[in-house]
Design a protein around this ligand. Structure first.
Ligand SMILES: [Cu+2]
Length: 291
């Protein structure tokens, strides 16, 4: 015999609803859901606390700033994640269906205003705090004594050009671009400033010296990403985008393209070689002498 009957009517059959076994409630799935939530929270916490996937060590001051900002964002959002998921687990158990009559609540305007403002404050605050790490690499003028290197991307290669002894890049003419004839960048041979330009397939920079990298693309959108510099910047056709960095650790670091730029995207990479000042000079003179 039914224990509970509503006086609402079935919209299709115009028959009264009959809800049987109402008094027993349907609370047990909510306990399972709470356990599942706690397991997910525990597993997520473990992945971060155990450092299962550590990032490679940073090699520049800006990379350290990016790491600091990343950790701050992670702590704040991690705390919100923990609080939200554990509160959810508590609430689904505490207010589970025990057969009691449901109570309709319209919401709470004061609470809604409070947590929306708090979310806005946290997001804008984190953005403002992270501005320095972002702006240092992109909008700050290059430091004094910075060396200029032009990085050109095209499917699926990087080419790095150094201005040579005169410190000036030669003119580039797109109609002269011809990789098979040894002029992949289209350097105009009639411009004297371009005669001593050095083009290399790897980016070689002296340790501790600021570098202004001018990124260009000849075809589609590519990207310049070095994990250890925590620096990732798109190269756009028709634009010259300048990024600054100073690598403080001698070593070899991979440069990868993180834009899906075509069929050969998977193999588009190069090397950042951070070397001593004398090795850098030797590299430049060796490249200059190469045919
Ligand atoms: Cu690419």
């Amino acid at each position: 015999m039914p224990l509970f009957t509503t006086n609402r009517t079935d919209p299709i059959g115009s028959q009264p609803f009959r809800i049987s076994n109402r008094a027993r409630g349907s609370g047990s799935p909510s306990v399972l859901l709470a356990i599942l939530l706690i397991l997910v929270v525990g597993a997520t916490l473990f992945i971060f606390v155990a450092h299962l996937y550590p990032a490679p060590a940073p090699i520049s001051r800006d990379a350290v700033l990016v790491d600091r900002q990343y950790h701050l964002t992670l702590y704040v959002t991690g705390a919100v994640f923990l609080l939200a998921q554990l509160s959810l687990a508590y609430i689904v158990v505490r207010f589970r269906d025990r057969g009691q009559k449901a109570r309709f609540v319209r919401g709470n305007v004061a609470l809604e205003t409070f947590w929306t403002s708090l979310t806005l404050f946290v997001f804008v605050g984190l953005g403002v705090l992270g501005r320095k790490a972002w702006a240092d690499a992109r909008f700050a003028p290059p430091a004094s004594g910075a060396i200029q290197v032009e990085g050109t991307t095209y499917q699926f290669v990087y080419a790095f050009r150094y201005p040579g002894k005169d410190g000036k890049f030669g003119r580039i003419d797109p109609s002269l671009v011809s990789a098979p004839s040894g002029n992949p960048l289209g350097i105009d041979p009639n411009d004297p400033a371009g005669r001593d330009d050095v083009v290399a397939s790897e980016l070689v920079v002296p340790v501790g010296r600021p570098v202004e990298l001018l990124l260009r693309s000849q075809d589609v959108v590519h990207n310049f990403f070095v994990r250890e510099l925590r620096l990732q910047q798109d190269a756009m056709p028709g634009m010259i985008i300048s990024v600054n960095f100073t690598a403080d650790q001698i070593g070899e670091y991979e440069i990868v393209c993180t834009q899906l730029c075509g069929l050969g995207h998977y193999k588009m990479h190069s090397l950042l070689r951070v070397v001593s000042p004398s090795e850098f000079e030797a590299f430049l003179s060796h490249q200059a002498m190469a045919p």
